[in-house]
Design a protein around this ligand. Structure first.
Ligand SMILES: [Zn+2]
Length: 221
């Protein structure tokens, strides 16, 4: 699954985080690796899950604790075909401060509807921060709503798209936008963000051109 390696190459995923895709023939199932660092994932590690995040055939393999993020989003978002959960350091400051992450350039225009922040304490009080059951997954999916991405306070982010290339592109440009926004704020003075109307007009075509390049460059090939 090239998406895992591309996102690892870009520093979006490190030893943790995961990428899933809805099953192309059965919308009530999704594909996700067994518990493994993304850069090490090969085809034989990909497992099939139902939308309650039960593996169809576990074969005694270890599962990602936070797989419920994926299943619960697929349940309520029929438009979503791919999900990434990551812990990109660049986005963490925006999950713990009062400064909202906002799109300031073209490639991150998909953020124009806003980026909600999931506060796990509101749902479950004190936890170990992990989305380790269906109820927490449902709450996160609710926070995400109809948006393209949500931050998770002190933890990371979840990004969704109608395609694997789209979710990979969005994950990369979410991270870049966070870097650029922090730089723009550090320069001082007011920052001009994309107008929602501009954001709504941008169509990057699922980042298809970049996807072809990323696939070529990734070590997966
Ligand atoms: Zn996580």
């Amino acid at each position: 699954m090239a998406a895992n390696r591309i996102l690892a190459d870009h520093g979006v995923l490190d030893g943790y985080g995961h990428v899933s895709a809805r099953h192309d023939r059965d919308p009530n199932r999704y594909l996700l690796s067994r518990s493994l660092a993304p850069a090490l994932v090969t085809i034989s590690d990909i497992m099939e899950y139902d939308l309650d995040s039960n593996p169809v055939d576990a074969q005694e393999r270890t599962l990602y604790v936070e797989r419920f993020i994926h299943g619960e989003i697929y349940k309520v978002r029929p438009d979503v075909q791919a999900v990434v959960h990551h812990h990109s350091p660049a986005v963490i400051p925006f999950s713990v401060s009062t400064v909202p992450l906002r799109p300031l350039y073209h490639m991150a225009a998909f953020l124009w509807e806003g980026v909600p922040v999931f506060e796990i304490r509101d749902v479950a009080g004190m936890t170990d921060m992990l989305v380790r059951n269906p109820a927490l997954g449902r709450a996160l999916a609710q926070t995400l709503g109809s948006k393209a991405a949500a931050l998770m306070r002190g933890h990371g982010a979840v990004v969704v798209s109608s395609s694997v290339s789209g979710v990979v592109g969005r994950s990369i440009y979410l991270q870049l936008n966070a870097h650029l926004q922090a730089q723009a704020i550090a320069l001082g003075g007011p920052v001009t963000y994309l107008d929602p109307e501009e954001g709504g007009r941008v169509d990057v075509g699922g980042y298809q051109r970049a996807w072809e390049l990323w696939k070529r460059k990734t070590t997966a090939q």
